[in-house]
Ligand binder design. Structure first.
Ligand code: DX5
Ligand code: ZN
Length: 214
């Protein structure tokens, strides 16, 4: 199982130390949550912070935009050095166009679904994206409780991808710990995001390794 630690739960007073910890871990990517206070009821951090993180990180950046109209920011996300730009289905009027713009900018494209958004809505886009991010909490905050309905959504998504000959990675975000991570691995998730569980652990690198070995 690939692991993408969420910087939202890092210690922002010691960010360089926490990024170094992730560099030295088995993490596959580094997850960055951008929130605008409109799409979600919270504001996190923006491009200047991501640029600093990029300069410190040896892991590819997995940028999760919880913002309205993400199409406006494709170039800025690319200029931050992101490898993967994930936008919300619910935030894009012209999702196909946004995905094209992300690819034209040279990044991998991901589409995220809120817990209440059905997988079936991805029917006409799933073959065009590199990753589907299934939210297992309502986006906006770290440290929330895992919504187990995501396990059935993974099965549905796998079925849809088989029908559409799609090869997107399945990433799950929210409330992931050793226990929920195990259920996600069994359900067939390819990558998990984890924030609170990893950063509150006495040995975050060991916790990353545990998830990685699932
Ligand atoms: C929530 C964010 C998540 C968050 C996950 O809106 O998208 O990436 O940081 O944090 P935990 O693992 O604490 O639920
Ligand atoms: Zn996220």
């Amino acid at each position: 199982m690939k692991v993408s630690p969420s910087v939202l739960s890092a210690d922002f007073g010691n960010l360089a130390r926490d990024i170094q910890m992730i560099n030295d871990s088995k993490a596959s990517m580094l997850h960055l949550d951008v929130m605008d206070g409109v799409f979600v009821p919270n504001i996190s951090f923006g491009f200047p912070v991501i640029k600093h993180i990029q300069a410190l990180s040896t892991k590819p950046l997995d940028v999760h935009l919880m913002i309205v109209d993400p199409d406006k920011f494709v170039t800025q996300v690319r200029d931050c050095g992101a490898a993967l730009m994930t936008v919300h289905y619910e935030a894009c009027t012209h999702l196909n166009r946004v995905v094209q713009h992300i690819h034209d900018a040279g990044m991998k494209a991901g589409v995220a679904l809120n817990p209440a958004t059905p997988v079936a809505l991805l029917r006409d886009i799933v073959a065009c994206v590199d990753l589907v991010l299934l939210m297992s909490v309502n986006p906006g905050f770290g440290g929330q409780k895992f919504i187990a309905g995501v396990l059935d959504k993974i099965a549905e998504l796998k079925q849809l991808m088989a029908q559409k000959h799609a090869h997107a990675l399945i990433e799950v975000d929210g409330g992931v710990n050793a226990e929920t991570g195990k259920a996600l691995a069994q359900a067939g998730a390819d990558m998990v995001v984890s924030g609170n569980y990893l950063f509150k652990s006495p040995d975050p690198q060991h916790a990353i390794e545990l998830l990685n070995d699932l």
